[in-house]
Design a protein around this ligand. Structure first.
Ligand code: B1M
Length: 210
């Protein structure tokens, strides 16, 4: 599809309005919101990630790309949440301390809401206390943690260890995710599950709730 190629270029160039228009066009053509999300926006951001890693793109450019992606996501959000699914449970989710990446987390929040979960989003850069206070206050079923940096993912273990020390670890299901994680890491830090992507997060959360 030509438009999808164009969208990847526009995302790369951080053109928010163009991305918003193109998302709308794909929807008008009958694309499923989830396909628009994964096949154009997420795919485009993967390319941005590669050139960021290789030193071809820099932070300001990647911020623009992220901003364009958020524009597209804002259009898709209500559509992904429109399922009228029965309430499944409650999740608090946030990106861990030291880490400001939030696109993946936002996507997980959107998909969880779409699947009928109530989601309390703690945003970025969350210390241990934020997770614990919010989970207890909200009487959440699930705590979700996101990390995109190899330097911040160990913080997830600090959160879980602190909960163990306080004797509240077993009060919550703990799901973790983010590009540098894997299943083995999830197990090693004592999470209930590692979720590769937003769809897996939804499936995993559902399994734990039934
Ligand atoms: Co940053 N960054 N970044 N960055 N950035 C990465 C992560 C990096 C891999 C790029 C690279 O080098 N190839 C690299 C990390 C290297 C490493 O640690 N191994 C990196 C770096 C180095 C940095 C800085 C240190 C750069 C610098 O300043 N020199 C800096 C750190 C800032 C900080 O956090 N303290 C930095 C900054 C930024 C921006 C601010 C410019 C911007 C973030 C904007 C924003 O989020 N609002 C940014 C971006 C955009 C990226 C890349 C390009 C894209 C991330 C993204 O949004 N992906 C990224 C490269 C990459 O990942 N390929 C990169 C799309 C998103 C949909 O995927 O987040 O993986 P993802 O989420 C997925 C799954 O992982 C999973 O589901 C999601 C949806 O399917 N998931 C969960 C995620 N969280 C979950 C939680 C769950 C479940 C599933 O809970 C239950």
């Amino acid at each position: 599809e030509e438009l999808v190629q164009q969208m990847m270029d526009d995302l790369y160039d951080g053109l928010r309005e163009e991305i918003e228009e193109a998302v709308q066009i794909l929807l008008d053509r009958g694309w499923a919101p989830y396909d628009v999300l994964t096949k154009s926006l997420v795919a485009g951001m993967t390319i941005v990630g590669h050139d960021f890693r290789d030193g071809i793109l820099f932070v300001p450019e990647v911020l623009l790309a992220a901003n364009a992606m958020k524009g597209g996501m804002a259009i898709l959000k209500p559509l992904l949440a429109e399922t009228g699914a029965p309430r499944m449970g409650k999740m608090v989710i946030g990106t861990v301390k030291g880490d400001i990446h939030d696109i993946g987390k936002n996507l997980v929040s959107m998909m969880m809401e779409g699947a009928g979960f109530e989601v309390v989003d703690l945003g970025i850069n969350n210390p241990v206390e934020n997770y614990i206070e919010a989970a207890q206050r909200e009487e959440a079923d699930i705590i979700g943690m996101s990390a995109l940096l190899t330097t911040t993912m160990p913080y997830m273990k600090i959160v879980i260890d602190t909960m163990k020390e306080q004797g509240i670890r077993e009060d919550f299901i703990i799901l973790v995710g983010g590009a540098p994680l894997n299943e083995e890491f999830g197990r090693a830090i004592g999470a209930d599950a590692y979720c590769r992507d937003a769809a897996v997060a939804v499936e995993t959360a559902k399994e734990f709730m039934t």
